[in-house]
Design a protein around this ligand. Structure first.
Ligand code: ZN
Length: 379
């Protein structure tokens, strides 16, 4: 409490101010105080302090505690401490909070939303980079039957979201090289290139079934939906934390998040595939060979998109060559399976979004072994 005895009048008119109602000048250094200071009484009056040191002693004796901002300004260890806590908080929010929140929120996203998004996405792709499949109906039905049998064998323990019953379908398209992808809600698309690559490498159907198991894993874990929700959580959270600069930070972190989390999603889908294949008494090793062949196919297509002068008959210069074991079937893919009527410009974004991650070699090794250490942490 500050008691002010005005000099005019008879001296009995004491004015009382609670310290919390006063605006005290903020100090920037506890050693170098201002030669004089003004206290705003917030009732239209000011108090001019002629002896700031004495004022400070009186304040200290009263037990008055300056606000956090001023304490930070006068004590740099505290400032660093608060900055460190804020940084750790932001990083933790980004790394753990966002995916956790997205995983929880995804429970409330209806299947119908996923299906309508997927329908729109697939019809857009059908009008562009994807063409009707040339795989024979008999072969399609054969793979569909194996796909259905895999679904029927999926144990409840592998289902990530209780009560989530996706509307599974397997369709075939030409385009995008050797690829497969899952749309939210259960639509899985396999390209002719993938079926042809498996045939050319003389891989058993287990290879394609393995890729299908991996794609079912993406659907079961609702990875695409979680990624979309994550971006929303991240942008909202950063907006609350950082105010006006959020849009800049959010844009950058959106890109980073997309890349970082997709890798964890691939690993999660691989773990799911290994568990499901193991449960169905199938081997995940042929899938490893197919993944490597798909990666080689993509490298080659990337090179061709970039107008590389390398003749098509030469072995594809493997971008991942440095990290690949010599035995990997990386540079042997002929260019015969390339679709020559594709719109390669609009394709690149989708291809990078949907295709396998560059750490294909590490994944292939895990699939050959049929197990991976990181899988044990999964439910
Ligand atoms: Zn995947």
């Amino acid at each position: 409490m500050l008691l002010v005895h005005p000099l005019d009048g008879d001296g009995t008119q004491v004015q009382r101010y609670a310290l919390k109602d006063l605006t005290l000048p903020e100090a920037w250094s506890s050693n170098h105080r201002q030669p004089r200071m003004i206290v705003d009484l917030n009732d239209g009056g000011n108090l001019e302090i002629l002896d700031p040191a004495q004022w400070q002693r009186a304040l200290d004796q009263s037990g008055y505690l300056p606000g956090l901002a001023q304490r930070m300004q006068t004590r740099w260890p505290l400032l660093l401490g608060v900055a460190a806590v804020a940084l750790v908080g932001l990083v933790a929010f980004y790394k753990y909070g966002t995916p956790w929140a997205a995983t929880q929120l995804t429970r409330f996203i209806p299947l119908q939303w996923e299906l309508s998004i997927s329908d729109t996405a697939l019809s857009q792709m059908d009008g562009g980079m994807l063409k009707p499949s040339k795989v024979s109906q008999a072969r399609q039905e054969q793979l569909r039957a194996e796909f259905q049998s895999l679904l029927d064998k999926t144990p409840d323990a592998l289902k990530r979201y209780k009560g989530y019953a996706p509307n599974y379908s397997l369709s075939f398209r030409r385009g995008m090289g050797a690829n497969a992808f899952a749309l939210p809600g259960g639509a899985i698309v396999v390209t002719d290139g993938l079926v042809e690559t498996a045939a050319r490498k003389k891989l058993p159907d287990e290879a394609i079934i393995g890729v299908l198991a991996h794609e079912i894993g993406h659907v079961v874990h609702r990875h695409t939906t979680r990624m979309v929700v994550e971006q929303g959580v991240l942008n909202t959270g950063l907006g609350l934390a950082l105010g006006d600069v959020s849009s800049i930070v959010a844009t950058g972190s959106t890109l980073l998040t997309g890349l970082a989390y997709r890798r964890s999603h691939e690993r999660e889908a691989d773990c799911f595939a290994m568990a499901l294949l193991g449960h169905s008494s199938l081997s995940s090793a042929p899938m490893a060979d197919l993944l490597l062949a798909m990666a080689a196919d993509r490298d080659q297509r990337t090179t061709e998109d970039g107008d590389d002068p390398t003749p098509a008959s030469a072995p594809a210069p493997a971008a991942e060559g440095a990290s690949k074991p010599a035995s990997a079937p990386a540079s042997t893919a002929p260019s015969g399976q390339q679709e020559n009527d594709e719109d390669s410009k609009g394709e690149s974004a989708w291809t990078s979004l949907l295709s396998t991650h560059p750490d294909t070699v590490a994944r292939a090794q895990e699939l050959r072994a049929g197990k991976a250490e990181h899988c044990q942490r999964l439910p």
